[in-house]
Design a protein around this ligand. Structure first.
Ligand code: AP5
Length: 196
């Protein structure tokens, strides 16, 4: 049974390549949380040729965001699949103000809430280098060339960056330096979470 008293629900925030997925692996172990990456769920659906995957692929391949109504429904399904979780790490969601509002309403209906949003900060040059490197190994369609990566940054700047104000108004926004070793960054994030 979901029990808000003992739950921590975190949003990991940051540009493509900032390290959200990498850091979520450590945080989920440390705090016993369920990690939901909307990008991973889309990629799983693409790999398995589902209807959702076919729809999402047309956006992801270009580096565009998938429409809100599709993404919100998917996220809600993922939360509902995990009624025993002690809390969630939302990685790559919300990415628009409409998604953030939908998430708040959905969590409230389950007597849950977001405790904190933590942003990983890094500059575009570092991020582009990380993504191009990963594209070589993973073959991720949206990491293959700089134009697609820049389009993902543009989407972020236009649609996702405004969420900083959204969470600041709720006094839930924190940010840490996203440059350094993976361990150093985990320590910075842990300090924020332990201080909640
Ligand atoms: P998504 O999968 O969320 O991609 P993203 O935001 O572009 O994030 P990345 O996975 O590229 O980066 P990350 O911050 O997780 O970094 P990572 O840890 O992997 O989304 C993909 C697409 O799906 C979107 O473009 C959109 O089309 C769609 N989508 C997803 N969610 C959506 C939503 N809510 N609404 C609409 N559409 C949505 O690290 C990156 C690389 O850097 C790795 O190779 C890693 O090993 C390396 N690295 C990490 N940390 C360090 C470090 N400290 N030093 C050196 N290298 C590091």
């Amino acid at each position: 049974q979901l029990n808000q008293k003992y739950m921590i629900n975190l949003v990991l925030f940051g540009k493509p390549g900032a390290g959200k997925g990498t850091q979520a692996q450590f945080l989920k172990e440390k705090y016993n949380l369920k990690h939901i990456s909307t990008g991973d769920v889309f990629r799983y659906n693409i790999k398995n040729n589902t209807e959702l995957g076919t729809l999402a692929k047309s956006y992801i391949d270009k580096g565009d965001l998938v429409p809100d109504e599709v993404t919100i429904k998917m996220l809600e399904d993922e939360v509902n699949k995990n009624p025993e979780a002690d809390g969630f790490i939302f990685d790559g969601f919300p990415r628009t103000v409409a998604q953030a509002e939908a998430l708040d309403n959905f969590l409230e209906s389950k007597d849950m809430k977001i405790n904190a949003t933590v942003a990983l900060d890094a500059n575009d040059e570092v991020l582009i280098a990380r993504l191009l490197e990963r594209g070589k190994v993973s073959g991720r369609s949206d990491d293959q060339d700089v134009d697609k990566i820049r389009n993902r940054f543009d989407e972020y700047n236009q649609k996702t960056a405004p969420l900083q104000d959204y969470y600041q108004e709720q006094h839930k926004f924190h940010s840490v330096n996203g440059i350094g070793t993976i361990t150093e960054i985990t320590e910075r994030l842990t300090k924020v979470v332990d201080g909640l």
